[in-house]
Design a protein around this ligand. Structure first.
Ligand SMILES: CC(C)(COP(=O)(O)OP(=O)(O)OC[C@H]1O[C@@H](n2cnc3c(N)ncnc32)[C@H](O)[C@@H]1OP(=O)(O)O)[C@@H](O)C(=O)NCCC(=O)NCCS
Length: 438
C-alpha cells in the first residue's frame, strides 16, 4: 500500500467482513509446534485483533512437541498405534506438565498490553475450564491406549456463557472423565468437536504442513467427501497424508452444522487475517453449500452490479445506465454471485411481438474472467429465452464480437433488430449486432 488513498480503499474493503464477523463464534485450533515458533506472538496479535472486532473466540492448542521433549527428558519411551501415542500413567504425568506449561505461556501472551505494540489496551480476558469430557480410546490392535482418549462431550452452555461475557476461551488437549480420570486428546479432535457443539460459524485449523496449496481453495461438503474418498478425477493431486486428517475433521464439522471450516498454513504471516479478510483467502475453505450461484437479481444487488459495470461503462464497453434505471429494470437481471459478492451480471429484454430477446449488460469481473463464468451466464440467459417460447437472441456489442461468434452468434445488421430497438440504435456507437437462433 503506497498511498493514503490505497490505504483508505483497503480499509473500506474490509468493512463488510468486520460487520459479518461481529458476534460470530470462531474456533481456532493450532499445534504445539506453532507455539514454539518465534512468529507465534504475531498470531496472538491477530487473535487480539479478531477479539477487538467482536468475534467470539475459542482457541484450542496442541502440545505434541512439548510432550515429546518432556518424555525424552524423563527417558520415557511410548508406543504408538496407528499414529496415536499410548499414554501410560508415567507418560500422563509428562502430558499434564507439558500441556499446563504451554497453556500458561499462551495465556501470558494473550495478557500482554505493552504500549506501542498491537496489544496496547487489549485487556483480553482468557478463560479456561473443564469444558471437555473425554473417554478412553480403548484397545486398538490388541494394545490398550490407556490415557489416550477422545472427546465425549463439550460443555457448550458453559463456553457460551464465557463468550457472552466477552472472554476468549482457551482449551487444552486434555479431557476429564466422570470417573475423575484425565485423557490426552488431539488438538484436531477437540477443535472440531468444540466447533460442532457451539454451532460455530467458523472452524479454523492452522496446519503445520505448509503445502495447503495441494488443496483447492474452496470445497463444498460433497466435494470434500469425494476428495477424502479419492473419488476425484485421476488428474487431481492426491491429498498429502499430513492434511488428510485435518480435512476429515473439518469435513465432519461442516457436516454437523459448522457453517465453514478453513484449513490454513501456519507458516504464512497473518494467515488467519488473510484467510478471513480477503475474498479469495489463502487456504482451503470447506462450506456446507456451494458459494457460487446464478440467480435472479434483487433490489439490494443494485450496488454490487453498479460496482461491476461502472468501470466498463466508463471505458465505453457497456452502455451507461444509471442507478435509477437499474433499480427499475432489476427484474431483468441475472447475477453471478460468489460468497455474497456480485462477480457477474446479464440482462434479458424480451420483444414478444417480434419473437426476439435482447441479451444486454453481460459482464464478468476482470479478476474472474476466463473461468467459464461468462459462458455459464450466457447459457442461463439462453435457457430463459427458450423458456419464454422465444428462439431468437440478439446482442449489441463493441468489444466482445468474437466471444459471441465463438458462442454461436452470427453477425447481423441493425435492420434485423426488432423495430423498437432499431429506433434506439445508436449509430455513433456503431455496436456490432449479433443474433443467435436457439
Ligand atoms: C465477454 C465476457 C463476458 C466473457 O466472460 P468470461 O467469463 O471471461 O468468459 P468465458 O470464461 O466463458 O470465456 C473465456 C474465453 O473467451 C475469450 N474472450 C474473453 N473475452 C473476449 C473478447 N472480448 N473477445 C474475444 N474473446 C474473448 C477468452 O480469451 C477465453 O478464451 P479461451 O477459452 O480460448 O481461453 C467478459 O470478457 C466481459 O465481461 N467483458 C466486458 C463486457 C463485455 O464486453 N460484454 C459484452 C457486451 S454485452
Amino acid at each position: 500500500m503506497n498511498t493514503p488513498a490505497e490505504f483508505v480503499a483497503w480499509f473500506r474493503s474490509v468493512a463488510p467482513y468486520i460487520n459479518a464477523f461481529r458476534g460470530k463464534t470462531f474456533v481456532i485450533g493450532f499445534s504445539g509446534e506453532m507455539v514454539t515458533n518465534a512468529t507465534f506472538v504475531d498470531f496472538i496479535h491477530d487473535v487480539n485483533l479478531l477479539a477487538s472486532l467482536g468475534v467470539r473466540l475459542v482457541l484450542v492448542h496442541g502440545a505434541r512437541p512439548q510432550i515429546q521433549l518432556r518424555l525424552d527428558e524423563s527417558q520415557l519411551e511410548t508406543q504408538t498405534v496407528m499414529g496415536m501415542r499410548v499414554t501410560d500413567p508415567a507418560a500422563l504425568q509428562c502430558v499434564k506438565e507439558s500441556v499446563g506449561r504451554v497453556h500458561h505461556e499462551i495465556a501470558a501472551l494473550l495478557s500482554m498490553g505493552l504500549p506501542n505494540s498491537p496489544m496496547a489496551n487489549a485487556a483480553i480476558r482468557v478463560t479456561s475450564g473443564n469444558f471437555v469430557t473425554a473417554c478412553p480410546y480403548g484397545v486398538i490392535q490388541g494394545i490398550d491406549l490407556m490415557h489416550t482418549g477422545k472427546v465425549r462431550k463439550i460443555n457448550a452452555p458453559a463456553i457460551h456463557s464465557r463468550l457472552e461475557q466477552g472472554d476468549v476461551v482457551l482449551i487444552s488437549p486434555l479431557g476429564y472423565s466422570p470417573t475423575g480420570e484425565i485423557f490426552n486428546l488431539t488438538m484436531e479432535n477437540v477443535t472440531s468437536e468444540t466447533a460442532i457443539a457451539l454451532h460455530a460459524e467458523k472452524l479454523i485449523l492452522l496446519l503445520d504442513n505448509a503445502n495447503t496449496a495441494a488443496l483447492p481453495r474452496e470445497l463444498t461438503l460433497p466435494e470434500s467427501k469425494l476428495l477424502l474418498e479419492n473419488k476425484t478425477p485421476a488428474t487431481a493431486a492426491p491429498i498429502p497424508d499430513a492434511i488428510r486428517s485435518s480435512l476429515q475433521y473439518a469435513t465432519k464439522a461442516c457436516e454437523l452444522g459448522v457453517t465453514r471450516a478453513h484449513l490454513v498454513s501456519r507458516h504464512i504471516d497473518g494467515a488467519i487475517i488473510q484467510e478471513l479478510f480477503t475474498h479469495d483467502g489463502i487456504g482451503c475453505m470447506i462450506s456446507q453449500e456451494t458459494l457460487q450461484a446464478l440467480r435472479k437479481a434483487r433490489i439490494d444487488d443494485v450496488g454490487g452490479i453498479l460496482q461491476l459495470i461502472e468501470p466498463l461503462e466508463a471505458e465505453g464497453i457497456l452502455v451507461r445506465r444509471g442507478r435509477e434505471l437499474l433499480e427499475i429494470e432489476i427484474d431483468r437481471f441475472t447475477v453471478f454471485e460468489h460468497d455474497g459478492i456480485i462477480l457477474g451480471c446479464a440482462a434479458l429484454y424480451p420483444f414478444p411481438e417480434e419473437h426476439a430477446c435482447e441479451l444486454a449488460c453481460l459482464a464478468i469481473h476482470p479478476d474472474y474472467r476466463d473461468q467459464g463464468h461468462g459462458e455459464r451466464l450466457l447459457k442461463h440467459i439462453e435457457n430463459k429465452t427458450i423458456a419464454q417460447g422465444i428462439h431468437k437472441l440478439f446482442v449489441l456489442t463493441t468489444h466482445a464480437t468474437h466471444w459471441f461468434i465463438e458462442h454461436g452468434f452470427n453477425p447481423a445488421t441493425p435492420a434485423e433488430l426488432p423495430k423498437a430497438k432499431q429506433n434506439l440504435y445508436n449509430y455513433q456507437r456503431r455496436s456490432k449486432v449479433l443474433i443467435k437462433h436457439l
